[in-house]
Design a protein around this ligand. Structure first.
Ligand SMILES: NC(=O)c1ccc[n+]([C@@H]2O[C@H](COP(=O)([O-])OP(=O)(O)OC[C@H]3O[C@@H](n4cnc5c(N)ncnc54)[C@H](OP(=O)(O)O)[C@@H]3O)[C@@H](O)[C@H]2O)c1
Length: 335
């Protein structure tokens, strides 16, 4: 059994724990929250034996767990991951893993020293069968002429922003914004399917505090361009496409991948793979099989490969953000 500690008591933590329960190899033992009462209440929904903590140092030093799942506001991921690695806990951190490449570098250096610790960014779609099917299909296409990828969903937290408040996901202080929150999925797509772009630029629709509510990003490759449409202040119902020569790979949504078609003239091939009901099931299965055999060299290699993608995605988001002069508090802290 893998013993689990969690940070954050929001809906996404609940969904992750449900995926671990469905997996069957996990046991929730510890919950960290800013409120002890909340931590205990949240934990007891799953088991009466879960212990709550409100002191992060105590959580890591006394908590009886092997793996921590971090689902706090983005700006806190770095420091919480750093403390977890120092405490010898494996880390599953929600996307985006870090606010900028400086933070990422510190963690990479630390992971080299604590080389028995596994560190995963929870980019849920990256492990899903439909994502892998698209990757495999693109590899077989003779010509690639670019892609248009869209992920734009109106956030219920935008209602709150419009009343004058500043929810974390729309805050520069918490490393929020459309690119960080939803764009990260599309950048995972582009980096995994096409590699690292040669240059990037972002045109954002900024909100009153300078955060990006929506925007269009251009990733320039040697022979083609990939366009990303991201947003949290509007809904888009556009499908996403990858362009070959005569064939086009069409997906219903570039992050919530539930339908994939390869279209060539009047021919249509359905490539859709079966997905689990809980979108976190696939990533939990991937992390579980690695964490159950932590000494396997193959598993270490897999983690290194995934970490390399995380580092590249982090770099691309950062460069896009800087091209629009979007500066986070976390960036200033590293100067
Ligand atoms: N994979 C996915 O599908 C998915 C979906 C949604 C979100 N996410 C990711 O999950 C993470 C959390 O997102 P969320 O929407 O749940 O964020 P959130 O509501 O802003 O915060 C998450 C948790 O962090 C704690 N928290 C809130 N504000 C805080 C503050 N000012 N200082 C310290 N702790 C604070 C709260 O727990 P306590 O009150 O218990 O301390 C809260 O439950 C983000 O990184 C996001 O990108 C992923």
């Amino acid at each position: 059994m893998l013993k689990l500690g969690v940070i954050g008591t929001g809906g996404i933590t609940k969904q992750f724990i449900e995926a671990t329960q469905e997996n069957g190899s996990w046991k929730l033992t510890s919950v960290f929250s800013r409120s002890l009462e909340k931590a205990e209440q949240f934990g007891h929904e799953f088991s009466k034996n879960v212990r709550g903590y409100r002191d992060l140092h105590q959580f890591f030093s006394e908590g009886d767990f092997d793996v921590v799942y971090i689902a706090s506001p983005n700006s806190l991921h770095f420091e919480q991951s750093r403390q977890a690695i120092l405490a010898g806990k494996h880390v599953i951190v929600e996307k985006p893993a870090c606010s900028n490449p400086s933070e990422m570098k510190v963690l990479q250096r630390l992971l080299r020293r604590y080389n028995n610790v596994y560190y995963f960014e929870a980019a849920r779609h990256f492990h899903e069968p439909n994502f892998l099917k698209i990757k495999e299909t693109i590899k077989q296409m003779d010509v690639i002429q670019g892609a248009t990828l869209t992920y734009m969903k109106y956030s219920s937290k935008y209602d709150d922003f419009l009343t004058g408040n500043e929810p974390n996901v729309f805050s520069l202080n918490f490393s929020g914004g459309a690119l960080q929150d939803l764009g990260v999925y599309l950048i995972y797509d582009a980096v995994s399917w096409f590699g690292i772009p040669n240059s990037v630029s972002y045109k954002a629709t900024k909100l009153r505090n300078g955060i990006d509510g929506k925007g269009v990003a251009l990733l320039n490759y040697q022979d083609f361009t990939v366009t990303l449409n991201v947003g949290k202040t509007a809904n888009s119902y556009l499908p996403s496409e990858v362009y070959g020569l005569k064939e086009t790979l069409v997906m219903d949504n570039a992050a919530d991948l539930t339908d994939i078609q390869l279209i060539n003239g009047s021919e249509k091939q359905n490539l859709t793979q079966k997905s689990a009901v809980n979108p976190m099931t696939a990533e939990v299965a991937a992390f579980t099989s690695i964490l159950q055999k932590p000494l396997s060299l193959d598993n270490k290699q897999k983690m290194e490969d995934w970490l390399a993608v995380s580092v590249q995605v982090n770099r691309v988001i950062y460069d896009l953000r800087l091209s629009e002069k979007i500066v986070f508090r976390a960036d200033k802290e590293f100067r």
